[in-house]
Ligand binder design. Structure first.
Ligand code: KIV
Ligand code: ZN
Length: 529
């Protein structure tokens, strides 16, 4: 039996047969660390729970040494998850490893992931150390991590640009020190599929012990090859794929989880590698992330883009009506698109609304949020001819996101139009007290935002204001994202409403609340990913 076909005994997963691939999600670490994608404590926990529901095997929950906020969220995720492996990232320094160990300690299954650069460029310019020192750092960090958990992953940062003999020596040293997963990142997205795959073939052929550990891919998308590279490595013997929802991550992002999972599923005939992801939950996880971060995927994004299953041309429509397989290689339902997205009307009751929420993946929404969302649904159903699933998702996310807000939107009246002056009268609930302000502005949005500043003075700068439509039609809800920056902190807020100005006020207030609770996040020096 060759190493590619061997069953591997892993401390967290037991026997991993050759037909199984581990899905490692790093949305909350590599994804979250990219500009504009930061999430607060509650958002990270909500997403981690959704990822566990989705069925990923490992969740890299953060980089605990980076800040108290990162530590707290990794720790909370470790406490709350029911069995998914919770992983904390660490450089090789003992302080990093100990902090990661402390953060993941409460998890039922835990992993420490330690990394060091191995390429000539990184060792010379970034770390400024000799290769022999990198070997020592590797051994010391893995050994220390193994004192805290049996499940230790070691990564060769910039592995794809590492000199092969040295990579083999490092991997062998990491395995001897006790690493149970060996990850070879294509950190800068430079590799091409055959070349990336050949690194795995080489390691399996040359390095003793590789047949007993999980080899892992971690690909960035700078050349748009992250998914192709990951899949090529799987063919060559990699047993773990690191990826992120919607492909978010440093620069051009990471391999997109939904794409690798569906490629393995749809082309099972070619890959013969199973995983435990419940693919029907992919879309809602993707939408949850988009709603938390304020970044929608592009319409033509594979699997989760609005157009991924839309057939515009007559020839295609005709084919799909006769037999969907003419132009669909997977069913929309298999990744969570509803057969019909037309939903409830204004006569629907609370029970039907709750059922709908369950079907959309909001089984555990609290009673207060449910009541508020139901009241807003009724208002919406009065205003809109048809209420779609996407409307409900936007509305519920809007309510859920407001769970712990101290400032809440109450009402808005606006005088707009070409004659001016544009004026806004706004009411907010601040810590349980109703406060009212009136402001004039350069347009109704400016007037609205000035009124918010009057009620809650602050110095934050508005650095992004973007408006999109939740569904189609002139009665569609507007979805607004507002980004505020203050003293090095940046937060995004979202708001949805059929009235664009109300959605704008909600989004601004949401961002302001996030700013109030945001803890300063200071990434340690020399941290790349
Ligand atoms: O891209 C990278 O090299 C990383 C490592 C920290 C695994 O993210
Ligand atoms: Zn990375």
């Amino acid at each position: 039996m060759t190493a590619v076909n061997a069953t591997i005994n892993h401390p967290s997963f037991g026997d991993v047969p050759p037909g199984r691939v581990i899905i490692f999600d790093t949305t909350l670490r590599d994804g979250e660390q990219s500009p504009g994608f930061s999430m607060n404590f509650e958002e990270k926990l909500r997403l981690a729970e959704a990822l566990e529901d989705l069925g990923v095997d490992v969740i890299e929950a953060g980089f605990p040494i980076a800040s108290q906020g990162d530590f707290d969220s990794v720790r909370m995720i470790a406490e709350k998850l029911q069995g998914t492996v919770v992983c904390g990232l660490a450089r090789t320094a003992p302080a990093d490893i100990l902090r990661a160990a402390e953060a993941v300690k409460p998890a039922r299954r835990k992993r420490i992931h330690t990394f060091v650069s191995t390429s000539p460029l990184h060792m010379k310019y970034k770390l400024q150390v000799e290769p022999e020192r990198v070997l020592e750092m590797t051994i010391a960090s893995v050994t220390l991590a193994r004192n805290h958990t049996d499940d230790v992953e070691w990564s060769a940062e910039d592995g794809s640009r590492t000199e092969p003999d040295f990579l083999c020596r490092c991997v062998e040293a990491a395995i001897r020190a006790g690493a149970t997963t060996i990850n070879i990142p294509d950190t800068v997205g430079y590799a091409v599929p055959e070349e990336y795959a050949s690194i795995f073939t080489m390691l399996l052929e040359r390095v003793p012990g590789t047949e007993k550990v999980i080899l892992s891919t971690h690909c960035h998308n700078d050349l748009g090859l992250a998914v192709a590279n990951s899949l090529a490595a799987v063919r060559a013997g990699a047993r773990q794929i690191e990826s992120t929802i919607n492909g978010i991550g440093e620069r051009a992002g990471n391999a997109s989880l939904e794409e690798v999972v569906m490629a393995l599923r749809v082309r099972a005939d070619s890959f013969n590698r199973a995983n435990q992801v419940t693919t029907e939950r992919i879309l809602r996880t993707s939408k949850m992330l988009a709603s938390i971060t304020g970044f929608d995927v592009q319409p033509n994004k594979a699997i989760v883009g609005r157009n991924a299953f839309a057939h515009e041309s007559g020839i295609h429509q005709d084919g799909v009506l006769k037999n969907a397989q003419t132009y669909e290689i997977m069913t929309p339902e298999s990744v969570g698109w509803a057969k019909t997205s037309l939903v409830l009307g204004k006569h629907s009751g609370r029970a039907a609304f709750r059922d709908k929420l369950k079907a959309l993946g909001y089984a555990d929404i609290g009673d207060n949020a449910l009541n508020d969302a139901f009241r807003r649904f009724k208002d919406l159903a009065d205003k809109k001819k048809v209420v779609y699933d996407d409307d409900i998702v936007a509305l519920v996310d809007d309510e859920v996101m407001r769970g712990n807000d101290t400032i809440r939107f109450v009402s808005l009246e606006v005088w707009a139009g070409s004659k001016g002056p544009q004026r806004a009268v706004l009411e907010l609930d601040v810590d349980g007290t109703l406060q009212k302000a009136e402001a004039m502005g350069d347009g109704p949005v400016d007037a609205t935002f000035k009124a918010i500043r009057q009620i809650h003075p602050h110095d934050a700068e508005l650095t992004l204001f973007s408006v999109g439509a939740v569904t189609e039609g002139t009665d569609a809800q507007a979805k607004v994202t507002v980004r505020l920056s203050e003293g090095g902190k940046t937060v995004d807020g979202q708001g949805a409403d059929t009235d664009t100005l109300v959605a704008s006020a909600r989004a601004y207030v949401h961002a302001l609340n996030k700013l109030l609770v945001k803890r300063l996040k200071t990434a340690p020096a020399a941290m790349t990913a």
